[in-house]
Design a protein around this ligand. Structure first.
Ligand code: NAD
Length: 255
């Protein structure tokens, strides 16, 4: 009997008959905004998507894209496990995008429930997503992962120090993990957008407009996510700002 699996078996590392993005993806925070835009691009290239969000609206978005929805709170590790299980026996792409901002600026008056909710989704859910997905990607022999960070991952944003902390944490995780994962065929990178017009910022839309503050469209960030998924070197950090070309970021060398 030949060891050749034959033309109908895609093999462990073959991305499948898609536009090169992979056959199956999980996208978190996909009920709207950047996550929905990223899922749209993945679905358009033929990738089957599992969309995860606590907002039940995600079911409508998933149905429109021919994908599946998992409704749940990503601050609970089980939600990530359910999402990866819903993807089936392989997972090529993971977009860890769910997140939110914080209204608390002064640690002295921090509401602890709100604090834990923000850290829970921005920071812990990224770890939970990796914890759930990496065993499947390893079994398949590879994969591509993008974390939605922020410009607040690269500089201090006075308007939201807690958010800044969480986004610095995830960029640190990407920097520390991308090398080891790359040696297993898993590429991990991050997208770092400036202000984006999404449901998260919709309340301030008129204020941004009146002040002449430019904002990105969600699809501009999704395009950068797609760029990393398709061809990003491990550890790629792409900065996306309104009116400027998408740019690679590299931390300054130590003095
Ligand atoms: N909008 C911006 O200006 C901007 C800028 C830089 C980075 N980001 C980041 O982009 C990512 C996507 O944000 P967006 O702007 O598209 O906002 P969004 O509010 O449209 O999308 C975030 C999604 O995450 C979901 N979510 C939040 N907490 C959750 C939880 N605990 N469990 C499950 N789902 C949860 C929300 O329901 C929402 O659908 C976030 O990580 C955000 O920090 C946004």
């Amino acid at each position: 009997m030949s060891a050749d699996p034959g033309p109908t078996d895609p093999g462990p590392t073959d991305p499948g008959p898609t536009g090169g993005l992979g056959r199956t993806a999980v996208v978190t925070g996909a009920a709207g905004g950047i996550g929905e835009a990223a899922a749209r691009r993945l679905a358009a290239s033929g990738t089957r998507c599992v969309l995860v969000d606590r907002n039940p609206q995600v079911e409508r978005v998933a149905a429109a894209l021919g994908g599946d929805a998992v409704v749940g709170d990503l601050t609970a590790p089980e939600t990530s496990q359910r999402a990866v299980a819903a993807a089936g026996d392989r997972l090529d792409v993971l977009v860890l995008n769910a997140g939110t901002n914080s209204v608390d600026k002064d640690p002295a008056t921090l509401d602890l429930g709100r604090y834990q909710a923000v850290v829970g989704v921005n920071q812990h859910s990224v770890v939970y997503g990796l914890r759930a997905a990496l065993p499947v990607m390893r079994r398949n022999g590879g994969g591509a992962i993008v974390v939605t960070a922020s410009l607040a991952a690269l500089q201090g944003v006075e308007q939201d120090p807690i958010y800044t902390m969480t986004k610095h944490a995830v960029i640190g995780l990407v920097r520390a993990l991308s090398g080891p994962l790359s040696r297993e065929g898993i590429r991990l990178g991050a997208v770092c957008p400036g202000l984006v017009d999404t449901p998260l910022t919709a309340g301030a839309r008129d204020r941004f407009h009146a002040a002449g503050i430019p904002v990105l469209a969600a699809d501009e960030v999704a395009a950068a996510i797609e760029q990393i998924l398709r061809a990003g070197e491990p550890g790629t950090e792409l900065v996306v700002r309104p009116g400027l070309p998408t740019a690679h970021y590299a931390p300054a060398p130590l003095p």
